[in-house]
Write a protein that binds this ligand. Structure first.
Ligand SMILES: [Zn+2]
Length: 276
């Protein structure tokens, strides 16, 4: 699933291509996908003629500000948003049109929204209610949260730390990959209770989280299954993973074999010695 670094990479790619572009046409290829998410096809079609003012992100969600509306994408497990310039799109192979949900045709190119497994979400709301919508449904963004807010949220937090970070209402943006990587870097066992963390450990988590996310964005995200960026290219950060997907291999610090547990239905890899 695309997590914060992947979604931020997509946001930057698309904003570079689409800032101030004019939306000429909306083509809905999977009407059922929309109706299941309570979106009226006409409302999407009515976005025609709007200019793309900005693309904002909170956690793993992207909001396209089109005229007075905000079109919010959550890519789920397999969603992708890829921009094709007009000449590229004309020669696009029909094979690549599989699993397409939506095409947004701008004056300078086409944005394709695909979702193979259809776990993504789509929401259309007035742009002026975006801020409150996000504040009511998501915690602060993991990349932009201040150190003091982060500390306050963890101070109030309860339960096992892996579950705490999986809940997007606490801190938004981390998923299975980056939580495992973060907890390893911060030397915290995934089953530790949030209420047992010392102030030093909370500070370590904050610093490691910032470093991890920035490094991952710099390398344009992690391509595990089928993540591609806004131009259709895989990321590189998976080559820097220390524990995620490495069960049974030696810990890069102490050499002990990495352990694997299923926590809350999510595979979790960690070092039983380094992470306490
Ligand atoms: Zn170790």
């Amino acid at each position: 699933m695309p997590e914060l670094p992947e979604v931020e990479t997509i946001r930057r790619d698309l904003l570079e291509k689409l800032k101030s572009a004019l939306l000429r046409e909306v083509v809905v290829l999977e009407p059922k996908y929309l109706s299941k998410r309570s979106i009226k096809k006409e409302d999407l079609i009515n976005l025609r003629g709007a200019k793309l003012k900005d693309i904002l992100r909170r956690g793993k969600q992207l909001a396209f500000l089109l005229g007075e509306s905000a079109l919010i994408f959550h890519l789920g497990l397999t969603g992708s948003l890829i921009f094709k310039e007009n000449k590229e799109f004309e020669t696009f192979h029909s094979e690549n049109l599989k699993h397409l949900i939506l095409l947004l045709l701008f004056d300078n190119g086409t944005l394709l929204f695909k979702d193979l497994r259809k776990f993504g979400h789509l929401l259309l709301i007035p742009a002026n209610s975006l801020k409150s919508h996000w504040e009511n449904t998501l915690g602060p963004d993991a990349l932009s949260v201040s150190k003091s807010s982060f500390e306050a949220i963890l101070r109030r937090g309860k339960g096992q730390i892996k579950k705490f970070f999986l809940n997007q209402k606490n801190i938004a943006g981390l998923g299975n990959i980056y939580i495992d990587e973060l907890l390893f870097r911060a030397k915290i066992n995934p089953e530790r209770k949030v209420e047992s963390l010392s102030l030093d450990e909370i500070e370590r988590l904050y610093v490691e989280m910032q470093d991890l996310l920035k490094e991952a964005i710099f390398l344009r995200g992690s391509s595990i299954r089928d993540y591609v960026d806004g131009t259709g290219t895989p990321g590189l950060f998976q080559t820097k993973h220390l524990v995620y997907g490495k069960r049974g291999r030696p810990c890069p610090i102490c050499g002990t074999l990495l352990e694997y547990k299923n926590l809350y239905g999510r595979g979790t890899t960690f070092c039983p010695i380094c992470q306490t």
